[in-house]
Design a protein around this ligand. Structure first.
Ligand code: X8Z
Ligand code: ZN
Length: 624
């Protein structure tokens, strides 16, 4: 993920680039940040405002960004895998330097806006120079430093957050495991509320950060940071927002069906006092700290007949003696089966696959490209369970994409859009989670017959369909925060209102006056835009449907696996090699023959389950 915050984008897929640290919190003079070294070289060069001048300027910009980005990425990696006062100090300074360079180049790029006869690639790169800044700093001394102080501190506060649970101090990874398995509503409530005690201290920083970055966005000609983020999709920002509404409306009836069924089963299990039959679902009962994927409570909601046709990924991994590295090697094996190159030796030497002892790290999974060429890595605190089996494939997808576009010019070394970057590994995961594939690699002893279809689809829907409204609501909250529609005093209420509006969920109890629940979700303090995941949850089904068609598959989509299909792999790689060189619609077309976002692939994949859910819900009053 390295470049996520920083440069254009992409990479980060996972997360974090800018993370941070905080020297301010550690008592250093804030003014010190303004003395961060400036970003080298030829800031004062005057490029003639001509097509050739633009081409020369862009070439120089790419060289400068590429050089500095490697330094910044290595600094970020060091901080993310070893959080100390000093690594935070270094990272914050490096990030400030990079942001200053980005802002300088974006302002310079704007001067070529009306030049006639620009080469198409040059014109695209001029746009990307502005659009690639996730959090722009205002163009005045000290602003980039102050902004990076805050972002580093926010990210590190999240990463090192702990809380008391049953007399013991626990981390988020420990809480995640407990949340997945606990069926005691008193305990899940304690975990839900306990983790959210780490974030109230972030609120003032967050509000200050919003003010600074908005000023930076306005300097670049955008109404606010949200408008900048919405502009990165090869269409007008407003049209993009409308497009996400359209997609959500396409899939919403299915989500409501799932919500209705799950609520009813939770009511049966826990009773009216814990989960009423109507209204929102209690957010802590869904097996996930943010209720974003619900697959961990499959056992609670499994079909009453035929439920034994389902299987528990975690149990399979444990039974077959998998450890974290074996999970990653298995993921790599899927990609190589498609004819893609295996991860290089340096990946295995330099990745952080499990949580190291004795030091603080950022555990939220991410994939990095340190040198814009071959030095790709993942950073995870992998645990042997079904969630991380998925995450391993997800992260490797980022690395595979990074390597595929490594020969593009610097500004095109990115996903076709950020949703594409998130969708690569998820697309592969749709095959890698099929019983057929799990059986082929010896994890699952017997492939269930048709009686296994509904259990399997329900398991998938609990993760993929439940995710959709969450994937939308995070940035809906941020868009309103950046636009000023939501003031700092309203931050938490607006978050809770979005949970209700989009997900139909409610916290397990009243939230305290100082709550800042958004800060307890990684991507808020980590400043990773989130609409990308919503898009990825549509794109991955478009990719899967197209890939299965290319493979000649005529059965139900959820049983299709492209494992071992080198032809599909070659076509997929051809799309990935394009990087961000062309509008994403062309990349989509290159692989799928489709030009836009299309949620019909989601409907196709889950069609049998939607029929089944409708049947189960007959006579119930759905909605909340
Ligand atoms: O953050 C991630 C990845 C890294 S890009 C682990 N994901 C989102 C999340 O965890 O909230 C993957 C799915 C959604
Ligand atoms: Zn990702």
């Amino acid at each position: 993920m390295k470049r996520t915050l920083l440069t254009s984008a992409a990479v980060l897929a996972s997360g974090v680039l800018m993370s941070g640290c905080s020297w301010l919190g550690l008592g250093m003079d804030p003014a010190a940040t303004s003395t961060a070294p400036t970003a080298s070289a030829d800031a004062s060069t005057q490029w003639p405002i001509t097509a050739q001048g633009a081409a020369d300027f862009v070439a120089s910009a790419e060289t400068r960004l590429a050089e500095l980005s490697e330094f910044v990425a290595r600094t970020q990696w060091t901080r993310a895998t070893y959080i100390t006062y000093d690594t935070m100090w270094l990272e914050s300074r490096a990030n400030a330097q990079y942001t200053e360079l980005q802002v300088e180049l974006a302002n310079e790029a704007a001067k070529f806006k009306d030049v006639a006869g620009l080469a198409p690639d040059v014109s695209r790169k001029l746009d990307l120079l502005r659009l690639g800044i996730v959090l722009p700093a205002p163009n005045r001394p000290g602003a980039a430093g102050r902004l990076s102080d805050i972002t580093t501190r926010l990210d590190s506060t999240y990463a090192t957050g702990k809380f008391q649970h049953q007399g013991k101090q626990i981390t988020l990874d420990e809480a995640t495991v407990l949340m997945a398995a606990s069926r005691d509503p008193a305990e899940t409530k304690a975990l839900y509320e306990g983790w959210r005690t780490v974030s109230p201290q972030m609120k003032d920083d967050y509000a200050n950060m919003v003010a600074i970055a908005n000023e930076g966005a306005r300097d670049l000609g955008y109404a606010d940071v949200g408008a900048l983020w919405r502009s990165g999709y090869d269409m007008e920002a407003d049209a993009f927002a409308a497009e996400t509404d359209r997609l959500w409306n396409q899939v919403k009836p299915f989500y409501e069906n799932l919500h209705c069924y799950v609520r009813s089963r939770l009511n049966e299990k826990y009773g009216d006092a814990v989960q009423p039959e109507t209204g929102p679902i209690r957010a802590d009962l869904l097996g996930n700290m943010w209720s974003q994927q619900w697959g961990n409570i499959y056992d609670v909601v499994a079909p009453k007949t035929g439920g034994e046709a389902g299987y528990d990924m975690t149990a399979l991994l444990v039974a077959k003696g998998y450890d974290a590295e074996k999970m990653v090697r298995t993921g790599d094996g899927f990609y190589t089966s498609l004819g893609l190159a295996p991860m290089p030796d340096t990946f295995w030497e330099r990745s952080q696959i499990t949580r190291p002892e004795g030091r603080e790290v950022v555990c939220h999974a991410s994939a990095w490209d340190l040198d814009n060429l071959e030095d790709v890595r993942i950073k995870m605190c992998t645990q042997v369970n079904g969630d991380d089996f998925y995450t391993v494939h997800h992260e490797l997808g980022h690395n595979v994409y990074q390597r595929a576009y490594k020969d593009q010019p610097f500004l095109f070394k990115n996903g076709a859009n950020d949703g594409f970057h998130e969708a690569i590994g998820d697309f592969v995961g749709l095959s890698a989670l099929t019983p057929t594939y799990l059986n082929q690699i010896g994890l699952l002893d017997r492939v269930p017959g048709p009686e296994g279809d509904i259990p399997f689809l329900l398991q998938m829907a609990l993760d993929k369909i439940a995710f959709l409204p969450f994937g939308l609501m995070v940035d809906r909250w941020r868009w309103d925060v950046f636009s000023g529609e939501t003031s700092p005093a309203e931050y938490n209420d607006a978050w809770t209102a979005n949970m209700l509006k989009y997900q139909g969920l409610t916290p397990p109890g009243p939230r305290p006056a100082n709550a800042f629940d958004p800060g307890a979700k990684y991507h808020i303090p980590g400043n990773t835009p989130y609409t990308r995941y919503f898009l990825a949850h549509i794109y991955q089904f478009q990719f899967h449907r197209a890939a299965c068609k290319q493979a000649g598959w005529t059965g139900p989509l959820h049983r299709c696996s492209i494992y071992g299909d080198k032809e599909v792999g070659a076509r997929f790689n051809a799309m990935m090699e394009m990087g961000q060189s062309r509008p994403w619609q062309e990349a989509m077309h290159a692989f799928t023959g489709e030009r836009g976002n299309d949620a019909s692939a989601v409907a196709d994949y889950f069609a049998p389950l939607n029929v089944w859910l409708t049947e189960q819900n007959r006579g119930k009053s759905c909605g909340w």
